[in-house]
Design a protein around this ligand. Structure first.
Ligand code: KG4
Ligand code: ZN
Length: 374
């Protein structure tokens, strides 16, 4: 089954083709193409995403991005070839998966309208994907490139991540918009056991980066400075709180951490000389809390797999330190920040359950909850 994924929930215009196959009892997903057109350069000058500008860029980019994804997957973007029965070799797209929420409404609408039109003219079924669910499914990508159908022996020998995923699973999903600990009982079955009470982890990185004047987006900028930190003496050591680290729940809070940083900077006349140290300590404070709460959840719930997902999962220190503490599956770097391969992968599992939505009925929901059907 070939799925075209479309993602426009925030500031990345993305399209991807994945191929899903069931071999024996296992599902394999291979990414045939994964195109992301980033708007970072455009939003940089504003220090954040401007919704109206983002939507306009999506409108300009969406068809070229879809077209590129089709071409890279050797699919000719012409209707006769893309009909359900495909071209001569039956290599057409079978399903279109699109992010329906949560996100910026005007950004989401561009992707959903495009998916709707393609579904209509190509006569292909549609599935709606929750963006956070998409991040989770970045862990279900099994092969990074076009693949041959594995035979059963190859499957036995396969080290692919997907075969390691067993339910119930626990997922720490950390992005610019969300920070959650999710229990996943099976495909499409989620229970949020903890979440941030204020800012998301990525949002905290972005706000801290603004305070420190290190650039946009904040996560990668802080990580780059943090890597340069050399704490030489106790005098140059900066210390920030670890909010809610010992609270008896699985929730998070990051807005106080940002405020603590603000007060420290106000008091410190030479903070500009210690930017790497501030970045390292801020990053470590976030990592400590994320890991502590994940470890607590692992202790309290009987889970068979632990996974990390979302844009903040691109953070190398978080990846390294989490792996040190627990056995955790982490997506390939390119599937951590917003992309459409993860949406198409989630779409594959929806399609297996025939969760199709007629184009007349698909709607965006900027506040879509994870447990609600996309
Ligand atoms: O998942 P994502 O691409 O978009 C949302 O769904 O929000 O996540 C973007 C967030 C931003 O806040 C960005 O600063 C953060 O992920 N991020 C990082 C890193 N790369 C991206 N945070 C920490 N370290 C990174 N290397
Ligand atoms: Zn995202």
């Amino acid at each position: 089954m070939k799925i075209l994924g479309i993602e426009t929930s925030c500031d990345e215009t993305a399209a991807a083709i994945v191929e899903g196959k069931k071999v024996g009892t296992q599902n394999f997903v291979s990414v045939q193409s994964n195109v992301v057109s980033s708007q970072i350069e455009i939003h940089k000058k504003y220090g954040g995403v401007v919704p109206e500008v983002a939507a306009r860029e999506h409108v300009l980019n969406i068809l070229p991005v879809v077209n590129e994804a089709l071409e890279k997957a050797d699919l000719t973007p012409r209707p006769p070839l893309l009909g359900r029965r495909g071209g001569a070799k039956g290599r057409g797209i079978d399903v279109i998966a699109v992010t329906v929420g949560p996100g910026l409404i005007t950004s989401l609408m561009v992707g959903v309208e495009t998916a709707k039109i393609l579904s209509y003219v190509w006569n292909i079924p549609l599935v709606g994907v929750n963006h956070i669910e998409g991040h989770i499914y970045a862990n279900f990508v099994s092969v990074n490139s076009k693949f041959q159908i594995p035979n059963s022996k190859q499957i036995q020998n396969s080290k692919s991540q997907i075969s390691n995923i067993k339910f119930p699973a626990l997922i720490l999903t950390v992005s610019g918009g969300h920070t959650m600990l999710v229990l996943m009982a099976g495909h499409g079955k989620y229970k949020i056991i903890g979440e941030t009470r204020d800012d998301a982890a990525g949002e905290a990185f972005d706000k801290a980066a603004k305070l420190l004047g290190v650039g946009y987006p904040g996560g990668p900028a802080i990580a780059a400075y943090a890597a340069k930190s050399k704490v030489k003496s106790q005098k140059s050591k900066v210390s920030l709180p670890r909010p809610m680290i010992n609270s008896n729940d699985y929730d998070f809070s990051f807005s106080g951490l940002k405020t603590a940083l603000l007060y420290k900077l106000k008091k410190d006349k030479i903070w500009k000389k210690k930017i790497p140290e501030y970045c390292a300590e801020f990053q470590q404070a976030v990592i400590d809390v994320l890991i502590a709460k994940t470890v607590k959840a692992v202790r309290d719930f009987k889970v068979k797999t632990i996974m990390l997902s979302g844009g903040v999962a691109a953070n190398q220190e978080l990846r390294r330190q989490m792996k040190e503490k627990i056995e955790v599956l982490i997506p390939d770097l390119k599937y951590t920040t917003d992309n459409a391969a993860m949406i198409a992968t989630a779409g594959y599992f929806h399609a297996l359950k025939k969760d199709f939505i007629p184009w007349q009925k698909i709607k965006v929901d900027p506040n879509l909850e994870l447990s609600a059907r996309g």
